[in-house]
Each structure stands twice: as C-alpha cells, then as structure tokens.
Ligand binder design. Structure first.
Ligand code: DI6
Ligand code: FE
Length: 416
C-alpha cells in the first residue's frame, strides 16, 4: 500500500524553515503529501523505498527548486475603477497627499467601489488575482476600506471571500473601515470613528467575513487615539489587529500596534527605534511594502538595520491597490525589496513565505515546507533560490501545488 497520495521527487527544496542551512535548503529532496498536508520531507536518499511503492501519484521535479507557496499578506485587491488619471497628475507634480486632500485618491476609489456590484468587483479583481497566483501565490490577504459605509465594506469582504471560492487561492480578509474619511463625514471624524466602532465592526464581526482588523494611522488618515479606539473594539470581539503605520510620518503607530499585540505593522518607513523595539517585544511582524515606496517615489527607507538588530521578522507584500501600488506582482516586490530596501534574497523570500504567514497568524499552518503544514508548493525553473528576487518582470514558475493538488495554470491564463 502506498504511504502517500502524492510524492514529489528529485527536487531541490528551499524549505524556508528557520535556523538551519540558508533557505532551509535540502538538495535533491522529496516531499510526501497525504490529505493535502506535507507528511514527509527529506533527502531522496532517506526515502526508504522506490518512489512507485510509496505513492500512486508521482511528480518528478527534474532538479527544479520547490519553495513554499508564496503569501501576499497585504493587498487592497477588491476595488472599483482605476486611478490612471491620478497617476498622470502625479507625474505632472501633484503629490499623493495633495490629491488625497483634494478629495481624490482613496475617496475616488470609494465612489467607484460603492457603485460597483459584488459581481463587478469580483470580475475586476479576477485577472489581477490570477496574475498573483500564476506567480506562485497560494495565500493572499485582501482588505476592505473602499466602502467607508457598512453595506459597501461588507460587499468588499464578501467579494474577497467569493474570490477565494472562484480561484485556487486561500484568501484571508481584513476589515479596514478606518482607512479614510468619507466626504459625508467631513469635519466629523470622531463621528465616523463612532460609526466604525458601533455599526460597521459589529456587522462585520457578525457576518464572519473578516479575519482581522486594520486601520490607517497617519496625518491624512486617523489619529493614534482613534486607532486605539478601533483596536479596543476589535480585540473585544476577538479579532486580531494590524496597522498601516509610519508610512508618511512617525505618529508612534508601531508602538501602538505592539501594545495591542498586532500581527503586523505595515509600511514603517518612518518607524523609530522605540517603535521597532516595541514590535520586537510583542512579536509583531514588520510588513514592508516596496511597491508603494517605489510608486510614491519615497526616499526615506524603512529602518532595515533596526529590524535586524532587534530581531523583528520582516515580511514583503505587494500592497496592491489602485493608488499607491498598482502592481499585482509579488515577484517584482521580491526584486524591489532587494534593490530598494537592500534585503538579501533570502530575507526577501522569507518575507513572502514564513514571515508573511506569521503576519497573518498562520505560521503553524503554512509558510514553510515542514511536516504537518499545508502542501502549498511552488515549483520553479531556477538553478538557485536567489533567482526569485534577481529577475524582474519575468516569471519562472513551472508548477503550482495547492493543498497537494496541482493548480491548472492554463485556466488561470484564460481568466486573466
Ligand atoms: N496605505 C496604502 O498604501 C493604501 N492605503 C493606505 O492606507 C493606499 C490606498 C490607495 O491609495 O487607494
Ligand atoms: Fe496598504
């Protein structure tokens, strides 16, 4: 009788398990999969039998590299419209902040998202999400935050869940009601926060469509006190929190997030050493977003050396959204993380696997190739793992495996 449902052989494995060889590498290895989970992983020489006696379904990687399925732990994937016009304005010299203050930016996407049906939103997101999957992504986080009213926030979250059913990807959802002030609350920011806490959050929690709660703590977003109020309400409902913090200025968001044991604090270009130390203490992951840094032509680097010095885990995500990061490509983010943020290729790959899983509170279940974890595998036409961040605008994915089953990449190409 076969030991496993599926067996991958002759593969170089970048397990990304912490603490061992670079990339957690096992050269010339094999993976036995049972019930969608990794049941055995090790060198071919330890297999203990001929492959055909061990599984019915055998795949020969022919020396290719296998990594954990990639995880994009921060996206704003579900939205209506596009902001190409705003892009043109920015190129003429108008800043992101000026556009936001003039009622453009997030608020213009809000109007288009309110006007869209759930079907419209799913249809618009499908080719972009397909692009991520075709690059090896098996888990994606999707935030709301373009409704800024209860019904549309719920519509965004259920669209995100629907995408997870329609496409071969695991979707984690985040409620981001405190993303921007909708125009109807102009001059009444604290009333809007009351709405988020008293109406939206309970409705979202009751609907069961959100896995976490996020906020945008910034001069053009919400104050630390308002963020704290939203977080208190989220924790009271047992929802974990995460925060857009220190993207444009240092408001102490990283330390605030840490006080609430946030899963992650994201952006962090302007984070202080005290903020970084607080994150280290609470185990909060630093989610770095090179796509937004690049698109906004930021010049203030996140404090990379402080994250390393205080041993804060770093994740990398696309922040895919229509304004500050219209780039649905996680591979390009790996490249940018190295080129712009000076991460090592190994750090950047850990950022899109193990540390991204941790940023979603899922590291016990995925993010590395280890026994007991989901059999989400990306098989690459590469000779060394550094190629995943070396190439730019080029996709070396060969095969994608989700929960042990091979994904039909051809069908996804049609969806795109
Ligand atoms: N920070 C971001 O990078 C996105 N939201 C946020 O708070 C940008 C969203 C947008 O410009 O539409
Ligand atoms: Fe974001």
């Amino acid at each position: 009788m076969a030991d496993w449902d599926v067996l991958w052989i002759n593969a170089n494995l970048a397990t990304m398990a912490a603490g061992g060889a670079p990339y957690g590498a096992i050269e010339n290895g094999a993976i036995g999969i049972q019930g969608g989970r990794i049941e055995w992983i090790g060198p071919m020489s330890d297999l203990g039998g001929k492959p055909e006696t061990l599984a019915d379904d055998i795949h020969d990687a022919c020396g290719r590299w296998i990594t954990p399925g990639l995880i994009d732990c921060h996206t704003h994937m579900v939205f209506g419209g596009s902001r190409a016009g705003e892009f043109e304005k920015r190129l003429q010299g108008v800043s992101y902040e000026e556009i936001a203050r003039a009622g453009g930016g997030i608020v213009s996407t809000m109007s288009a998202t309110r006007d869209a049906s759930e079907t419209d939103l799913v249809t618009a997101a499908t080719p972009r999400l397909s692009n991520l999957i075709r690059e090896g992504v098996t888990t994606v986080e999707i935030k709301s935050g373009y409704g800024l009213e209860t019904a549309t926030e719920l519509k965004q979250l259920s669209s995100a869940r629907a995408l997870g059913k329609a496409l071969p990807v695991n979707v984690e959802t985040t409620f981001l009601g405190a993303h921007a002030l909708p125009p109807e609350y102009s001059g009444k920011q604290s009333d809007y926060i009351d709405l988020v806490i008293e109406e939206m959050l309970p409705a979202v929690a009751d609907s069961g469509t959100a896995d976490a709660v996020d906020a945008f703590c910034e001069n053009i977003g919400f104050t630390p006190a308002e963020t704290e109020a939203v977080f208190t309400a989220a924790r009271a409902r047992d929802l974990p929190v995460k925060l857009h913090a220190e993207q444009l200025s240092d408001l102490g968001g990283a330390a605030l997030a840490a006080r609430f044991e946030a899963l992650s604090a994201d952006h962090l270009e302007y984070a202080s050493e005290d903020g970084v130390k607080a994150m280290a203490k609470s185990g909060t992951v630093a989610v770095l977003l090179p796509g937004a840094y690049y698109t906004l032509r930021e010049t203030h680097l996140p404090p990379m050396d402080l994250f390393r010095k205080h041993k804060v885990d770093m994740a990398i995500a696309s922040d895919f959204n229509p304004g500050s990061s219209p780039i649905p490509s996680l591979l390009l983010m790996l490249n940018m993380a190295c080129t712009l943020f000076r991460m090592t290729p190994e750090e950047s790959l850990a950022g899109a696997t193990r540390n991204a899983a941790k940023a979603l509170g899922r590291v016990d279940d995925r993010g590395t190739l280890e026994t007991g974890k989901r059999a989400d595998l990306a098989v690459w036409n590469i000779k060394q793992p550094a190629e995943l961040s070396y190439w730019g605008g080029y996709n070396p994915l060969w095969t994608l495996v989700r929960g042990g089953s091979t994904v039909d990449l051809g069908a996804l190409e049609q969806a795109a």
